[in-house]
Design a protein around this ligand. Structure first.
Ligand code: FAD
Length: 631
């Protein structure tokens, strides 16, 4: 039966993580009828897994912190490829968004004088992450969901229907965005997981808040939903992706037991005093501080250790370098034969902090290692190694409104690009979700009020094509298994487009992807539409292959090493390449890529940096307007 259940909304938010919920709350607050759609259960998004905290320059722990310092750290972390307007808005608005969560009932950990406590994290000059132990994302999601429920209660009083203006559709997967004949967004099509029934949401605006792409790689901290759906939906709808070569490999994932390889070990372990050692017992990160960061990082263990209690007179430990640096260093140690028995390095907090401290600050990590690896982190070091964690690349959006290039389409959170440049600082995602989630809700509301004519309408032929595409795997007998193609895709991306990239390997990956695409065109799945995981996998595979191709194409093109993109054959950062964003779009079924100049950094923002630092990243011409340029 190909009946389609139809709904009509003003705003359809795809994704119920932090960015989706924050966007939906805003849209509803602007009086719009809003749907929240999530592929997984309501409450089960990546956001809930976030451990360390949300970065916001509130200055509660160190009063020297302010938005300018946060902006600087974010640009440095992203190696100056960030969209400067996004980094500015984010640094300025994050504190308000965190305080707003408190007003909605979130309970962050406290400083002794009762303010929201803030913790240290890699790349952040001052303690900046508002947190709830190591379960910050849980509190964030709980609070945002509670806010949605509060709004539903208001509607229940006013209209006698809690779903009148904001409704959640859980376990509902969107497989296609639909447009009107004049090219504007007109709706979203998908299926309900447990029944397999099709649904159409007619709406003039869609906000993508679908999170990341981690499942494209074999070793990842991401869970099953992160198949790059939003990235692919945007491309298929005619929007553009940017800088997909930048994939963050978090330095600390579990490496053992094999069944849990990749699961995240929070950076808070290092923020709270944990150190990295190789199999010879050496604290090796001192050997890996790159020139651009040398001035800010300690040179001796003594200085690094003093920093935890006296940060004003000492420099930071090198374990707290940005993630890309730490991940590459671990990779090098293991490659040089100084790894642990299971191919990682040691992360040791047991010998550095009391058991009581560890249990208070890192309860989930204690539980995770005890349950999964039978390791007591208050007594023994952990074995860890890099794991695919986050994608910096994403949908190209307008910084102020979160609008993509297709009218009516918006994107916020991990699915959007630009904010984090070539590397995201820990803690900057949770704040990103709040800041740009709200902005996307506003952007959609403003767009709707600007629409003069009737709502855009869906084209029947497109809808028919979406149904046919979804059903295709049932029509074939003896085709390929989606699981097999997926497993090979993951292995290929891990081996050939992973943490260290080489030209020939990336070329090999692209050829392999061509073959996977041919095989994916011939998938077959047995059974019915009702709760059929094989069928769901088949839908996801289209997205993963498209996203993988974008990552590989951009990784081949960018002949430099920067942030989450390391080319062994081009190991330097190049000031010329810094001026380039790689923009990907779809022409028919072919991915196309163009170079686009990056936005100019406003002079008042440039002036926040010393020119000697900027010279490490930028060309002379770019620095002509800097106050220090004449000197
Ligand atoms: P998500 O929270 O990932 O939500 C995506 C939503 O989209 C889900 O509801 C999903 O079901 C839905 N969806 C996806 N595809 C579809 C589809 N086709 N149809 C319908 N729905 C769909 N960041 C920090 O700043 N601080 C931290 O401490 C931190 N810790 C982390 C720990 C872990 C283990 C992980 C994995 C990430 C961590 N991050 C952290 C990163 C951060 O959690 C994520 O980047 C962020 O939560 C992404 O939020 P989001 O709103 O963009 O999407």
């Amino acid at each position: 039966d190909t009946d389609i259940e139809r709904f009509s909304y003003d705003v359809v938010v795809i994704g119920a993580g932090g960015s989706g919920l924050r966007a939906a709350i805003e849209a509803r607050a602007r009086g719009l009828k809003t749907a929240i759609i999530s592929k997984s259960l309501f409450g089960k998004a990546h956001t809930v897994m976030a451990e360390g905290g949300a970065a916001a320059a509130m200055g509660n722990v160190n009063p020297k912190d302010n938005w300018q310092v946060h902006f600087r750290d974010t640009m440095r972390g992203g190696k100056f490829l960030n969209n400067p307007r996004m980094a500015e808005l984010h640094a300025k608005e994050a504190p308000d968004r965190v305080w707003e969560l408190e007003a909605w009932g979130a309970l962050f950990d406290r400083t002794p004088d009762g303010k929201i406590s803030q913790r240290n994290f890699g790349g952040h000059e001052y303690p900046r992450l508002a947190h709830v132990g190591d379960r910050t994302g849980l509190e964030m999601i709980r609070t945002l969901q509670q806010r949605v429920v509060a709004l539903q209660q208001e509607d229940s009083y006013e209209f006698g229907d809690p779903d009148a203006r904001i409704r959640v559709f859980a376990e509902t997967t969107i497989t296609r965005l639909l447009k009107s004949p004049d090219g504007r967004i007109a709706g979203a099509f998908g299926y309900i997981r447990d029944t397999g029934r099709f649904v159409l949401f007619e709406a003039p605006t869609v906000i993508l808040a679908t999170g990341g792409i981690g499942r494209t790689f074999k070793v990842t901290s991401n869970s099953w939903e992160y198949s790059g759906d939003g990235h692919a939906l945007a491309l298929l709808a005619g929007a553009k992706l940017m800088n997909m070569e930048f994939v963050q490999f978090h330095p600390t994932g579990m490496v053992w037991p094999i069944s849990v390889k990749g699961i995240l070990v929070t950076e808070s372990v290092r923020g709270d005093g944990g150190i990295l050692k190789n199999s010879e017992g050496k604290r090796f990160m001192f050997d890996y501080v790159p020139d651009v960061f040398r001035a800010q990082y300690a040179e001796t263990e003594e200085e690094a250790d003093r920093w935890y209690t006296d940060p004003d007179h000492n420099r930071r430990p090198p374990e707290l370098l940005p993630r890309d640096e730490v991940a590459r260093s671990i990779n090098s140690e293991v490659k040089a034969g100084r790894g642990t028995p299971h191919g990682g390095v040691y992360l040791d907090i047991a010998s550095r902090r009391s058991a009581e401290y560890i249990l208070t600050r890192l309860p989930s990590m204690h539980h995770q290692f005890k349950e999964l690896a039978d390791v007591d982190i208050t007594k023994e070091p952990m074995e860890i190694g890099p794991t695919c964690h986050y994608v910096m690349g994403g949908v190209e959006v307008d910084p102020d409104t979160a609008a993509a290039s297709v009218p009516g389409l918006f994107a916020a959170g991990e699915v959007s690009g630009g904010m984090h440049g070539s590397n995201r600082l820990g803690g900057n995602s949770l704040s990103d979700l709040l800041v740009f989630g709200k902005r996307a809700g506003d952007g959609a509301a403003d767009y709707i009020s600007s629409l003069a004519d009737a709502k855009p309408s869906v084209v029947q032929a497109d809808l028919d094509a979406a149904v046919a595409e979804a059903l295709a795997p049932f029509a074939r007998a003896d085709g390929e298994s989606p699981y097999e193609v997926h497993a090979e895709l993951q292995q290929t991306m891990n081996d050939l487009v992973g943490i260290i990239r080489r030209e020939q390997e990336v070329r090999d990956a692209l050829s392999a992807l061509e073959k996977f695409k041919e095989r994916a065109a011939n998938l077959s799945v047995p059974g019915e539409r009702a709760y059929n995981p094989g069928w769901h996998y088949a839908q996801d595979l289209r997205n993963m292959l498209l996203v993988a191709e974008c990552v590989a194409m951009a990784a081949l093109e960018r002949e430099e090493s920067r942030g989450g993109h390391t080319r062994e054959d081009h190991p330097e950062m190049s000031p010329e390449w810094r001026k380039v964003n790689l923009i990907l779009s779809l022409n028919g079924d072919k991915v196309e890529m163009v170079h686009q100049p990056i936005p100019v950094v406003r002079e008042d923002l440039l002036a926040l940096f010393d020119i000697s630092e900027l010279k490490k990243y930028m060309t002379k011409e770019e620095l002509a307007g800097h106050p220090g340029a004449a000197a």
